[in-house]
Ligand binder design. Structure first.
Ligand code: NAD
Length: 789
């Protein structure tokens, strides 16, 4: 054998991580009392347990107490009891606790890493170098937020008791993402880890005991879906934070509808990994290895769809195959292992099924010629080529080491393919031309975009999805928002409005009325599809006029017009500001006319009506001014990268405006949505719709592009339900009676649109202005841009 042959024949020797400390910990713990409630270790009330095992061997690690609904009851009671004191503690007190948790975790860093690899199967290199350090950073980072909360988030209070449900793929890291912001904001917690991976949460609870977390502030219950359901449905919980599959996320959206619980959902993904022809292909290959084979592909933001430019596709795929052949599949506790086992037999079977189905649908599935260990749930890294866009491997989240590849010809096609998914969690863009990459990033429907990199995370940078990847962000300022509530009280309860009867027509007194206000769609006044109209009554019960009775078809047309309007979202913020100022100016020229209309329809005094019109003009001015000021941020995470947290419009927003303050209420919702570049479909007050239809002329004079504002009059409940169910509506804001609000939430599950409702309460319209409205009007997209050679 010559030197070259010897060199090629060289292999890594095994480099096993010691597991003795983890075994000692496992041996010493009483897992029959694994529920951490009110600072005590308890058995489940009905005495049940479940097994957790080592995915690399299938051997049992522990039998862990399984929480029933009765245990959840106890845990919620403990969290409720602890809430007043914890939320009233000073920021400094809470900061000290968070810091102490971080420091204590640092002292047991290796034990955490080994336990995580034993329980989940992830390579020790990953748990040791990524999961555990990031989890620690989360606690230490949030200590600072606890202390600066009062000055950074004035007028806010903790959301309350939070129920947190996490998956098995990053057990400790997901726990940290959940618990750190909750503690920083003064919330108390009932957290349930996934049933496959309970162990590091148990060790974390031990850390809480030692770090001085007051009893009942952190409660950790163990179990499966049944315990999760009990948390979701518990009336003593104020907020649910869920990370898991989109399927369960949708169940939770429905279950919490109308409950008033705050909700954040971090769900699945099918993220694109886009390689342009001018990319550094070797770096991109390394990035891809991390993008799809990190944690065996069991990563919500895994770059599971490789989109590569046609001109380099063949060369790139060849490099990928060569690299795949060198990936080391083996024991998670070997420091040289790249790919460990999947978490469980069920997950392995699911991945196998999806690969078979993908192949049946025409994909060519390639695996390197390697052996896998004889025991354990291993799956070889798999490359699927010839994948049609509709193939199951291009559309479904596999959550395994399977990469689907497609090619594109030009930038437009790359963006189109990347966005051809119901998900929107992350994307990677590879090009040596940063101008191109920064041109593409805003066009991708994804909450996180990595340029020439992948899987970069930090506690200071928000993480979360667009579309069916969920809503809400974890990390950074945006993440804290999810755990805060406004401190002002709710307005009065909105009573169901009584629809005017058709019979109210009284032509003898209303000779002057000879026209019906139409709908306003795509910049034009159009008749309702059904050709019906609704009478509108004065406050004295006389006929004031008629408006079109909008239907499902009209809403559909309005949504299409809003979607087709590119001029508004693509306009500069300065441009949008000018249009909103102009709108205010044109409205001010008709103050008297609008005041008279409000008096007529609502019975308000002339003074009050005039004040409402003037407040509406002022509000338009405010949001015109904010259009170019409510901007994103730049983060500097502890890596050689800048992270641009961009504010992007949500998209098409449906707005259901209140009866009360028919002009100010409508403008207070419409103006922030427009200021941030959204296009809108507005259902105005059913009692006083003429206030909205009188706006048509103002809109026509004010350079608002066709389709940016669409107005459909009609029955509120009916039209709100159509908007809620419409899968091309991205956001929905509803100020209406409780039943309409609850329905809007429940029926939004189809595409998981971002729904905000007033939960059947009114708002204090004179003061209903500010950042809270602007925040709802944007999605935060974090674009990571590394620097240096
Ligand atoms: P899963 O949805 O099956 O389970 C997640 C958690 O929810 C578990 O704790 C489970 O016990 C619990 N659960 C199951 N059914 C429930 C119900 N009806 N009500 C309440 N709780 C219930 O997901 P999984 O298989 O554990 O995890 C994989 C999924 O998690 C993937 O889809 C992945 O993309 C997603 N994920 C998302 C992120 C993110 O930040 N977006 C991060 C990690 C994982």
């Amino acid at each position: 054998m010559n030197i070259l042959e010897r060199y090629h024949a060289m292999d890594y020797a095994p480099a096993p991580e010691a597991r003795s400390e983890a075994d000692a910990w496992l041996g010493a713990r009483d897992f029959s009392k694994a529920l951490f409630i009110a600072g005590d270790w308890r058995a489940g009330i009905d005495g049940k347990s479940f097994d957790t095992s080592d995915p690399s061997t299938g051997k049992l690690l522990a039998k862990v107490s399984d929480a029933s609904a009765a245990d959840i009851e106890t845990a919620v009671a403990a969290a409720r009891k602890a809430l007043p004191k914890w939320s009233a503690a000073s920021g400094y007190e809470r900061a000290k606790v968070l810091y102490a948790i971080g420091r204590a975790m640092q002292r047991h860093q290796r034990l955490f890493a080994v336990l995580e690899s034993l329980d989940n199967g992830k390579p020790i290199r990953e748990s040791r170098d990524i999961d555990v350090p990031l989890a620690i950073r989360h606690f230490i980072h949030h200590a600072g937020w606890a202390q600066s909360l009062a000055s950074e988030f004035p007028g806010r209070k903790p959301a309350g008791v939070v129920g947190q449900i996490i998956p098995w793929n990053f057990p400790l890291l997901m726990l940290a993402w959940k618990i750190a912001p909750a503690l920083a904001t003064g919330c108390t917690v009932v957290l349930k880890p996934a049933e496959f991976t309970p162990l590091t949460a148990i060790l974390f609870a031990e850390i809480c005991e030692r770090a001085g977390v007051p009893k009942g502030v952190v409660n950790i219950v163990q179990g499966g879906p049944e315990a999760g359901v009990a948390i979701v449905n518990h009336p003593g919980i104020d907020k649910i934070a869920f990370t898991g599959s989109s399927e369960v996320g949708k169940i939770i959206r429905k279950a919490t509808a109308g409950s008033g619980k705050k909700l954040s959902l971090e769900l699945g993904g099918k993220s694109a990994f886009i390689v342009f022809e001018d990319a550094d292909l070797d770096s991109a290959v390394e990035g891809l290895v991390d993008g799809i084979w990190f944690n065996q592909g069991q990563v919500c933001c895994a770059g599971s769809r490789l989109l590569v430019q046609e001109s380099v596709a063949e060369a790139f795929i060849a490099k990928v195959k060569t690299r795949m052949s060198r990936l080391r599949v083996g024991s998670p506790l070997d420091k040289n292992t790249d790919i460990g086992p999947l978490v469980d037999k069920t997950q392995l079977n699911r991945v196998r099924r999806l690969v078979e189905e993908g192949a049946r649908q025409g994909a060519v599935c390639w695996q390197p010629d390697q052996d896998v260990p004889s025991s354990g749930y291993y799956h070889l890294p798999t490359l699927a080529t010839g994948v049609a866009p509709a193939n199951i491997l291009a559309q479904e989240e596999v959550f395994g080491p399977v990469l689907a590849t497609m090619s594109f010809r030009n930038t437009e096609e790359a963006v189109e393919l990347a966005n051809n998914t119901r998900y929107g969690l992350a994307a990677s863009v590879w090009s040596e031309n940063v101008n191109l990459a920064l041109h593409v990033a805003p066009q991708l429907k994804a909450g996180v975009v990595w340029i020439n990199g992948t899987n970069m995370f930090d506690a200071a940078c928000g993480f979360g999805g667009y579309r069916e990847s969920g809503f809400g962000r974890e990390g950074g300022r945006e993440g804290l928002e999810e755990y805060l509530a406004p401190s002002e009280p709710h307005g009065p309860v909105i009573k169901p409005s009584v629809a005017p009867k058709q019979a109210a027509r009284d032509t003898s007194e209303n000779q002057a009325i000879d026209r019906t206000a139409k709908l306003f769609i795509a910049g034009k006044q159009v008749r309702p599809d059904g050709n019906y109209s609704l009478p509108v009554l004065t406050s004295k019960g006389k006929l004031a006029g008629e408006v079109g009775l909008g239907s499902r078809k009209d809403i559909r047309d309005a949504v299409s017009a809003a979607r087709a309007c590119k001029a508004w979202p693509e306009a500069t913020a300065y441009n949008r500001a000018q249009v909103l100022y102009y709108l205010a100016e044109n409205l001010s020229g008709r103050t008297e006319e609008f005041a008279t209309r409000i008096v007529e329809l609502t019975g308000a005094s002339h003074k009050a009506a005039k004040a409402e019109v003037e407040a509406s003009i002022e509000r338009l001015f405010y949001y015109a001014g904010m259009a170019d000021k409510f901007e994103g941020r730049v983060h500097q995470p502890p890596a050689r990268t800048v992270t641009l947290a961009l504010h992007e419009p949500v998209g098409v927003i449906g707005i259901v405006a209140p009866d009360e303050a028919p002009l100010l209420g409508l403008i207070s919702l419409l103006a922030p949505a427009l200021a941030m570049g959204n296009t809108t479909v507005v259902v105005p007050s059913a009692a006083a719709p003429l206030v909205a239809t009188d706006l048509y002329q103002v809109l026509e004079y004010s350079d608002v592009p066709a389709g940016a504002i669409n107005i459909v009059t009609g029955h509120t409940a009916e039209l709100a339900a159509v908007l809620a169910k419409h899968d091309d509506v991205d956001g929905l804001w509803v100020v209406a009676e409780a039943e309409i609000c609850a329905k809007a939430e429940a029926e939004s599950v189809g595409n998981l649109k971002r729904v905000w409702t007033s939960h059947g309460r009114s708002l204090d319209w004179p003061t209903a202005q500010g950042e809270a409205f602007l925040r709802r009007a944007v999605e935060v997209k974090n674009v990571w841009v590394p620097y240096g050679d």
